[in-house]
Design a protein around this ligand. Sequence first.
Ligand code: NAD
Ligand code: WQD
Length: 336
Amino acid sequence: MSVLVTGGAGYIGSHTCVELIGAGYDVVIADNFSNSSPEAIRRVGEITGKNLKYYDCDIRDAEHLGKIFAENKISSVIHFAGLKAVGESVQKPLEYYDNNIGGTIVLLEAMKNAGCKKLVFSSSATVYGDGNASPLKEDMPTGETTNPYGSTKLYIERILQDIHVSDSEWGITILRYFNPIGAHKSGLIGENPRDIPNNLMPYISQVAVGRLCRLNVFGDDYDTRDGTGVRDYIHVSDLADGHVKALKKTLAENGVRIYNLGTGKGVSVLELIRAFEKASGKKIDYKIAPRRDGDVVVCYADADKAMLELGWRAKRDILEMCEDTWRWQKNNPEGF
Ligand code: NAD
Ligand code: WQD
């Protein structure tokens, strides 16, 4: 039996495929390559020594998805496929609702038709909005999302709850990621933003490699240790391992479960810059810029539930996250 990985050519999906194969699962990928390249899949093959089966498929294409389920024995799905740029989602809300929510509905329909009722879903800490204080716990209220991207994650979480109410045979695990960074140890796969990065870590690494000249630090007058924003950065390989643990639980038990995947520790913008400088030996040129609209000040996880119920905890520290990002960036200055 295989695991269907939607969005498996993307940043988190490709790293998760490596860990799934390492844990003995057969993997089939469906990706439309709107934000990725088949080269990522080839490199996952290079790392694992396996030739991966993949479909160039948009998950909104019900017929194509039906064919994938008919051609493969799929016991479960890990669903990464979606658009993820917060700013773009404000400009193009309908594209985000169509791709993320529409795509998920078509996928769920195809799963139902194929009798496959086991799903792990990529959600985000963004569903907590800015109404809760960190550390964020899974039972805190959600709902005050501040952009269409965040709202798609929130609505999909609700759709998944409703599916289980309608049919208790569904086993669904919702994973709320904090800030994934880092890259596989091999330096062969990593984050590959198409345009100028919006997120901090890819911006820093592109400054280090000389693709961008200077980082803007968005605000240094927040009420934090050094005045800059604090986040829970998690190594993408730890995150990927969390999916393997979540999948095992999902296959064994029905019901809907929700877990934070974070380290439980907050790191400031300046601390991340310092760690990256240490890991790379490069000076990161930055200037203090105005606060970015919509930014929360502090956001980190309470990660105990995943430890208690999945036996998962993040192992890699911030220096290792920076070293691995740097290896990937240095070896692949232009990405894939
Ligand atoms: P990514 O863009 O690298 O990967 C997403 C993949 O989905 C890409 O390969 C893209 O081509 C594919 N895709 C998009 N729409 C598709 C469609 N309609 N049909 C088929 N394939 C499609 O992003 P990522 O960082 O790997 O994120 C994976 C998931 O995790 C996303 O759902 C994202 O919202 C979620 N997430 C990411 C972060 C983060 O900071 N990276 C944080 C929280 C949640
Ligand atoms: C981190 C910190 C910035 C860029 C976003 C999405 C969220 C999510 C993860 C998906 C903040 C500061 C950033 C820069 C900076 N993903 N910063 N200069 O804001 O936690 O979350 O990505 O679900 O939905 O909103 O991550 O990496 O953008 O920012 O100073 O050029 O770095 O102000 O304090 P964020 P980020």
